[in-house]
Design a protein around this ligand. Structure first.
Ligand code: ZN
Length: 299
């Protein structure tokens, strides 16, 4: 796959649209507010057309949940979402038809996981896992050069958690499960308990210990299931000073020896910076099996 590639980072509040190439360069980008599919998607297509029309592929890293079953007529659609106007929206189809080229689409976190494996902190490993800890928690894993999918994409943020002994009074904020990982350790879960982000809390505050403990339990769980060479922790919550080191220390304690002496090597920060979203979209187009042609008949 050579030439210019149309890139879309489809988020719940904004679409970042760009033009990239196979050398990993991003040539142009713009930001479009996420309103309704019938406004946002044509605006993205218009902008891409103004940059030229000779695209060899389209890469889309999107908010979810997404239908990623290539045999499904709903492939490339958002499925049931709490985001107004976007349930059942076809995200991949309009781009594939507008530029008459194959489309690769996956979740934003899977895009980031693949980009980190190709070019970032997971480079030169056979297996790496990426977890973003922010407004929500999501994860993606690459094993043997492929993103892991079951019948859908993983929902690693919704694993069930043991309770920290000092955190028993908090119900958790996940609308589906209450106290899953996202319900206990996402940014909004931190604010709901302590009225501030971890970065705003004093370094001696118990919140640092408790959140590090939950992320360490999660890391130990993922390690037991997949044994990835890297567990890459990104997202806004991870910018809290000292959190990554606290997670490593807690993980070494939580894993019964699996992380012993290796926590610094396995649990790491992302290596890709501000362009991570668009690079995720680009990475999706670099793996041949991800690319699909949109049938012209599907309106
Ligand atoms: Zn949940």
């Amino acid at each position: 796959m050579d030439g210019r590639i149309a890139l879309i980072e489809a988020g719940g509040t904004k679409f970042i649209v760009g033009v990239g190439d196979t050398s990993r360069r991003i040539h142009a980008r713009t930001r479009i507010d996420t309103t309704r599919p019938e406004e946002t998607i044509p605006a993205a297509i218009d902008w891409l057309r103004r940059q030229g029309s000779d695209y060899s592929a389209v890469g889309i890293a999107s908010f979810g949940p997404l239908d990623l079953d290539p045999t499904s007529s709903g492939w490339g659609h958002i499925t049931r979402t709490t985001k107004r106007h976007w349930s059942d929206a076809d995200v991949a189809g309009p781009f594939g038809r507008a530029f008459d080229c194959p489309v690769a689409i996956d979740t934003d976190v899977n895009g980031a996981a693949l980009a980190e494996w190709l070019w970032g902190a997971g480079q030169d490993t056979n297996a790496s896992l990426y977890l973003t800890v922010g407004t929500g928690i999501g994860g993606g894993a690459v094993v043997g050069g492929r993103l892991i999918h079951g019948v859908g994409h993983p929902e690693m943020g919704h694993i069930r958690m043991p309770r920290h002994p000092a955190d028993g009074g908090f119900a958790g904020i996940c609308p589906f499960h209450g106290d899953c990982l996202e319900g206990l350790a996402s940014g909004p879960a931190i604010t709901a308990r302590w009225g501030a982000s971890l970065s705003e809390l004093p370094s001696g505050h118990e919140g640092h210990r408790i959140i590090a403990w939950y992320l360490a339990q999660a890391a130990a769980t993922f390690q037991a299931i997949l044994e990835p060479a890297r567990i890459i922790l990104g997202g806004g919550v991870m910018s809290a000073p000292g959190l990554l080191d606290r997670v490593r220390t807690e993980a070494a304690a939580a894993s019964g020896g699996y992380f012993a002496g290796k926590a610094e090597e396995i649990i790491v920060a992302p290596a890709l910076g501000d362009d991570a979203g668009l690079l995720g979209a680009l990475a999706l187009t670099r793996i041949g099996g991800n690319l699909h042609r949109i049938p012209a008949s599907r309106a």
